[in-house]
Design a protein around this ligand. Structure first.
Ligand code: C2E
Ligand code: CA
Ligand code: CA
Length: 644
């Protein structure tokens, strides 16, 4: 079937197809962040490209170059109509998205906005209605139907006017670039109404090409990637956060802003090194990026701080969301076999209820530290992280470190073979004016999360060296002191050299110190641990495995390390006291240690009965209140002098 032979010029359309193809590749390969505007933009370019292709098709058919059945001819015409007329709809959606309105639209509103688009579809799909758009006359020639103009002009006009209205309404809320971009769209739409009329009788079909050019103009005007996306993480930038929140200050919808501040970020950077820190940052960002959606945007406004905006959430759901994030952040992060614990400060605030100005936003993001939380009085902080006690401990520890008030106590370890005290364990003590005595069990955990444990470890180690130099306990039969190394210290690549330097400084021999490493550190950071231990063992230091049996691990890991001594946690001894089954477990552990040709220490020996029992089982070393509680230096020296 042939339409009347006209001379439609297809070259502009061919150019448009090629141009849009390149354009599309550009849009698709551009750095993207989920939940961002790119998707609608991509649909727009794709739509306009298909529209151009279809127009080439209809031109060829109407020029008589392509001869095809009515069936195919109709399909191509339908597609051409559909795609050409959808462009204005998508542009309008895109404009709404730039204004930050799209995600707030209720379903009803969305349907309302889509009425012209849906009408178009119905008209094209129902044959009786389609005739009103186009039909073939008796001679089989394509003719425009009475509503054709409606879809061509009026729909474009309606969306364009709606777009201009939105532009006027939100003019102050958007950036200059966005304003320029939207202006390009308006020009594109107006061009599409009139372009063909500019060259009457020439059948130029230049509209789509001009539209493509305008879209491209819009594209280059749009905020450039450098600014919108944070290079380090691929998340949205600080600039985007300010921009996006700016749109919400006068919004009638309530949204929430969550910030996650990793207090000791700088500290970790120093301990695990920048290479690992980069990997860690990537992992964290990836985890956060997965949370983003049409309703959630994720930002990296400054180093150590992440922010999430939850659009249209109710308070409870937002709180749940914040809690989920906090839960993940306090959990461990593993980088190349090393585990890192952050101490995140998670805050939440309502926008625009509580934050409706840039300077409030600034205060919220910048004051991530403790002072930030006291700003409750300014009424925009909703504290999610409780941990009041933890903060108190953190501050008490800070004072103790600054004022050098940490103390080291020594608990004797009894050597069964000689009946003497030949070693002891160094245990840190903290007394705080406000909190009183704080158990190391409690504050070491906090210190591990804040990174303070590295300072604590160094202080303890130095005090032990001082003690060895000053009191020379070897004179009273003491061979070595066991010093606890925390999990976090074990990952710190600087620790071996610090230890070496301190020993040199005080003239302490390597045989005078043994390091206790907990089972959990050994299981979780296999590779790092192996490295650290290797390093120090080569320097002559020996190791004891602490808290043996508490990590629910398969014991085979012990074989991978060179522990001279294995310490069985006190809970096993205490449990064995009450039940035969538990006694069997303890004995099996002792057997295992013997089988591995290592020496056993059992902690928590409090009674004579326990002592006799353990001696009868051939345990080499005993530690516990039965012999002595941990004692300050002087008293400890007095104790061993008497005992030995
Ligand atoms: P740990 O390494 O298992 O140390 C043994 C703990 O058991 C000590 O508690 C000791 O006082 C206690 N203990 C020993 N014998 C008995 C007994 O017969 N009965 C009872 N009830 N307890 C006994 P402490 O000093 O409170 O230390 C608790 C934990 O804190 C330690 O467990 C260790 O994990 C950590 N810690 C202590 N000092 C340091 C340190 O300088 N550095 C590091 N990283 N951690 C330390
Ligand atoms: Ca220990
Ligand atoms: Ca223990």
């Amino acid at each position: 079937m042939i339409d009347k032979v006209t001379n439609y010029n297809i070259y502009f359309d061919v150019c448009a197809v090629l141009f849009d193809l390149v354009f599309l590749i550009l849009v698709v390969t551009r750095k993207k962040v989920k939940g961002r505007r790119d998707r609608v933009f991509m649909y727009m370019v794709l739509t306009i490209m298909i529209a151009a292709m279809m127009e080439v098709g209809t031109s060829l058919i109407r020029n008589g170059d392509w001869i095809m059945s009515n069936y195919w001819r109709t399909i191509i015409n339908v597609l051409a109509h559909f795609f050409q007329n959808s462009v204005s709809f998508l542009v309008y959606m895109y404009v709404l998205q730039i204004f930050g309105v799209l995600r707030h639209l209720s379903f009803k509103r969305k349907v309302f906005i889509s009425i012209p688009e849906m009408a178009l579809m119905i008209f094209l799909l129902v044959p009786q209605l389609r005739r009103l758009i186009f039909y073939y006359d008796e001679a089989g020639i394509y003719q425009r139907g009475p509503v054709n103009k409606w879809f061509y002009y009026w729909v474009i006009l309606v969306y364009t006017i709606a777009g201009i209205c939105a532009l006027m309404k939100y003019r102050n809320r958007i950036s200059k670039q966005d304003f320029m971009a939207i202006s390009h769209f308006v020009i594109a739409m107006i061009l599409s109404i009139f372009a063909e009329g500019f060259f009457p009788g020439m059948h130029l079909r230049i509209t789509i090409f001009l539209q493509s050019l305008c879209f491209f103009g819009a594209y280059i005007c749009l905020e450039n990637d450098e600014e919108a996306i944070d290079n380090e993480t691929g998340l949205l930038s600080r600039y985007s956060l300010w921009n996006d929140l700016g749109l919400m200050y006068e919004s009638e919808y309530s949204s929430y802003l969550i910030s996650v501040n990793v207090n000791n970020y700088e500290y970790y950077l120093q301990t695990i090194g920048s290479k690992r820190m980069n990997i860690l940052l990537k992992n964290v960002s990836q985890w956060l990026a997965k949370l983003s959606s049409d309703k959630v945007s994720v930002y990296h406004p400054k180093s150590g701080t992440f922010a999430l905006v939850l659009y249209d959430f109710d308070r409870d759901n937002a709180l749940k969301f914040a809690d989920k994030i906090r839960g993940r952040f306090i959990d461990e992060w593993i980088v190349e076999g090393a585990s890192v614990f952050f101490q995140p400060l998670v805050k939440m605030t309502g926008v625009p209820e509580q934050i409706c100005q840039d300077d409030q936003l600034y205060a919220f993001i910048e004051n991530g530290s403790i002072e930030g939380m006291i700003m409750n009085s300014v009424n925009f902080i909703d504290e999610v992280s409780t941990g009041q006690r933890r903060l108190q401990i953190e501050m008490a520890l800070d004072r103790a470190i600054k004022n050098d008030t940490l103390q080291v106590y020594y608990q004797p370890i009894y050597d069964v073979a000689t009946g003497r005290i030949r070693s002891c364990e160094a245990l840190v003590r903290m007394y705080d004016e406000e909190l009183g005595m704080v158990s190391p069990e409690e504050f070491i955990k906090v210190a591990e999360k804040t990174g303070q444990v590295n300072f604590v470890g160094e202080i303890v180690f130095e005090k032990v060296c001082q003690f060895l130099k000053e009191y020379t306990p070897q004179k009273y039969g003491m061979d070595y002191v066991e010093v606890n190394l925390s999990t976090v210290e074990c990952m710190n690549p600087l620790v071996p050299s610090t230890i070496r330097d301190l020993m040199n400084k005080y003239g302490v021999d390597k045989s005078q110190i043994s390091l206790e490493i907990t089972e959990s550190a050994v299981i979780h950071n296999k590779e790092t641990m192996a490295n650290v231990m290797d390093n120090m063992q080569r320097a002559g230091l020996s190791f004891a495995l602490d808290d043996f049996g508490t990590g629910n691990a398969n014991f085979s890991y012990v074989l991978d390390y060179n522990f001279d001594i294995i310490k069985i946690d006190k809970t096993f001894l205490w449990a064995a006291d009450g039940s035969e089954e538990n006694a069997a477990i303890l004995e099996a552990m002792l057997q295992l240690i013997k089988g591995l040709k290592r020496k056993a220490v059992v902690e928590g020996v409090e009674t004579e009965k326990q002592r006799d029992y353990l001696v009868s089982k051939g345990v080499e070393f005993l530690q516990g209140y039965y012999y002595s509680k941990p004692l300050p230096e002087r008293e400890f020296i007095d104790f061993i002098r008497r005992y030995n």
